[in-house]
Ligand binder design. Structure first.
Ligand code: ATP
Length: 352
C-alpha cells in the first residue's frame, strides 16, 4: 500500500515569482513561497534582504513589479490595503495616547460601524486574551512596554484578520520582557488561530517563535523550513552561517567526509559525489574535546555563560577558530593543547 502523506495545512498565502526593484536596488528577486493556514511564519534575514518590502506588499502598502500573490487562492494584489483581510502591527505600536486601552482596541471596529454590543463583547474578549482586563481604562502611557505591546496586538487581532503581519514586534523591548513576550506571542497565536507572519533579523527569535522560517538574503529566498531542519540541514552556505554559529570548512567531497586542504579528511555524511566542491558544517555542541579527536589545536579563549561554556580552539591551517559548546562549566583553560573531533553523523555537507 502507498503510505499516506502527512496532512499539510492548506495554503493561505501563495507568493509566486514576486520581484520588486527600487531604481538600481533589487529588493525582491523572484520570490516564491507558500504560507500555510494557521501557522506562525517568520521572514528572517540580515538588514536590507527584502523582508520589510515583502511584508509591505502583503499589507498592500506597496506592489510588486512582477509576480502574483493569492490569499485563499484569490488574487490579493488587486485589493486595496483597507479591503484586505490582513492587519499589520507596527514596530512603534502607534497607539492613540489620548484614548483608553479599551478605546484603542475598539477604534477599528467603530470605524466599521459594528453594533455597540458586538464591539463591547469583542473588546472584552480580546482584553481577556491578552490579559489586560484590569487595565482597560488606562491610557497607553500608564502601561509598561510589555503591556503596550499587548494593546497593539489586541488591536490587531480584534478585527479577526486572516493574516497578521508583525514587523520586528519585540525589538523595542528589553531582554527580559522580550523573552516573556516571545512565549506570550506564541501562546496567543495558538489561541486565536490566526496566521502570523513575523519579520525579524534575530535568528534566535525566529527559531523560538515560528513553525517555519524563510531565510532571505539579497532579495532571494535561500530556504524555507522548520527551525530544526534549518539548523540541522542548512541547504546553502548562507543559511549554514546565519543559523547558529556553525563551524564551516571548505573542501571537496571524499570517502567518509570532506577533504580540506591542510587539514586532511574531516568526517561527514551526505549523498554527494566524490570530488564535488562542498562545505562542511558542524555545530559547536557537536564538537568534542578529547583524545579521539581529529584535529590538534590550542585553546584560544574560554567563556562561561552559565548553562554552557564556549571554547575557541585554534587549529593550524584553518583561519577561523573552531567553536566548541560544552554544557555547564569547563576545566579547560586558554593555552591548553587539545584535540577536537566530531562524528560523521553530526556534520552536514552543503553544496557550494
Ligand atoms: P531592514 O531589516 O533593515 O528593515 P529589510 O530586510 O526589511 O531590512 P527592505 O526594507 O525590504 O529590507 O529593503 C530591501 C532593499 O530595498 C534595501 O536595499 C533598501 O534600501 C531598498 N528599499 C526598500 N524600500 C525602498 C524605497 N522605498 N526606495 C528605495 N529603496 C528601497
Amino acid at each position: 500500500a502507498v503510505p499516506e502523506a502527512p496532512a499539510v495545512p492548506a495554503t493561505l498565502v501563495g507568493i509566486e515569482g514576486v520581484s520588486r526593484r527600487f531604481g538600481e536596488v533589487t529588493a525582491l528577486d523572484d520570490v516564491s513561497l507558500d504560507i500555510r493556514q494557521g501557522e506562525f511564519f517568520a521572514l528572517l534575514g540580515p538588514s536590507g534582504c527584502g523582508k520589510t518590502t515583502l511584508l509591505r506588499i502583503l499589507a498592500g502598502f506597496d506592489a510588486p513589479d512582477a509576480g502574483a500573490v493569492t490569499l485563499d487562492g484569490a488574487d490579493l494584489l488587486r485589493l486595496p490595503a483597507h479591503r484586505r483581510p490582513v492587519n499589520l502591527m507596527f514596530q512603534s505600536y502607534a497607539l492613540f495616547p489620548h484614548m483608553s486601552v479599551a478605546k484603542n482596541i475598539a477604534y477599528g471596529l467603530e470605524r466599521e460601524r459594528l453594533p455597540r454590543a458586538e464591539i463591547r463583547s469583542r473588546v472584552e474578549e480580546v482584553l481577556a486574551t491578552v490579559g489586560l482586563t484590569e487595565q482597560a481604562g488606562r491610557r497607553p502611557q500608564q502601561l509598561s512596554g510589555g503591556q503596550r505591546q499587548r494593546v497593539a496586538l489586541a488591536r490587531a487581532i480584534v478585527k479577526r484578520p486572516r493574516l497578521l503581519l508583525l514587523d520586528e514586534p519585540l525589538s523595542a523591548l528589553d531582554k527580559k520582557v522580550r523573552a516573556e513576550m516571545q512565549l506570550e506571542l506564541k501562546r496567543l497565536q495558538h489561541e486565536v488561530g490566526i496566521t502570523f507572519v513575523v519579520v525579524t533579523h534575530d535568528q534566535e527569535e525566529a527559531m523560538s517563535l515560528a513553525d517555519r522560517i524563510a531565510v532571505m538574503q539579497a532579495g532571494r529566498v535561500q530556504q524555507v523550513d522548520a527551525p530544526v531542519r534549518l539548523y540541522e540541514r542548512p541547504a546553502t552556505p548562507f543559511v549554514a552561517g546565519f543559523i547558529g554559529a556553525n563551524n564551516l570548512f571548505e573542501g571537496t567531497v571524499a570517502g567518509g567526509g570532506l577533504a580540506v586542504p591542510g587539514l586532511g579528511t574531516l568526517p561527514a555524511q551526505g549523498g554527494f559525489a566524490a570530488g564535488a566542491p562542498a562545505l562542511l558544517g558542524v555545530r559547536p555542541e557537536s564538537v568534542r574535546l578529547g583524545e579521539t579527536g581529529i584535529l590538534d589545536g590550542l585553546v584560544a579563549d574560554v567563556s562561561f555563560y552559565g548553562g554552557v561554556s564556549h571554547i575557541a580552539v585554534r587549529v593550524p591551517g584553518h583561519d577561523r577558530p573552531i567553536l566548541v559548546a560544552a554544557p555547564g562549566p569547563t576545566r579547560v583553560r586558554a593555552g591548553a593543547e587539545v584535540r577536537v573531533g566530531w562524528s560523521a553523523a553530526d556534520a552536514v555537507l552543503i553544496a557550494r
